[in-house]
Design a binder for this molecule. Sequence first.
Ligand code: ADE
Length: 226
Amino acid sequence: MKINVLTLFPEMFENFLQESMIGIAIREKAIDVKLINIRDFAHDKHHTTDDAPYGGGAGMVMKPEPLYEAILYAKQGRDIPVIYFTPQGKLLHQETVNEYSKLDEVILLCGHYKEIDQRIRDTLVTCEISIGDYVLSGGEIPAMVFIDAIARLQDGVLGNIDSALTDSHQNGLLGCPHYTRPPEFMGMKVPEVLISGNHKKIDEWRTEKALEITRRNRPDLLNDET
Ligand code: ADE
């Protein structure tokens, strides 16, 4: 999958793209990330990319011309989804991540300062995504969240695909508790059932715990709200 990132701060992505799962995904060629600096598409002598909002008020708005040119450059005449990260967007869910992870190519547009000029949203943006009900200073961290969530679902990235399918949210529930060696740590023992070797019982225990945690932390995920 090819991911084009349009940003004013490409350096923010550098370590992120080298480490851990994303580093593996890139080295294994499961994803290819191209960073495009929006500032390169500003033609005035100061490379201006933002300006004061019409109508007044605090904050700056990203100008349409450099964004327009940067998006056209990334698209190269092709029909590729352009995702803009904004707290006004639709909340990102695992289901959406699963869908997007199947695409061949996407363009991720990171705003900064207040917002981007609405005319770009009206004409070139195909989807607006929020990563939560809080405001960040820009779309770079949301874009990294999106890339991480997508990359780990690509073939060959996770050693064991089962571990993606049993994640929190893949079946509508939060995940269950996990334990590893030693069997006793500071007087706390690993639940007996997990070392019983009885896989039916283990599955039942995991489902019961997942339900318990979901009921406690995210009752909204359960239809019956119990
Ligand atoms: N940009 C600023 N805040 C954001 C959020 N919560 N989600 C996506 N993009 C954003």
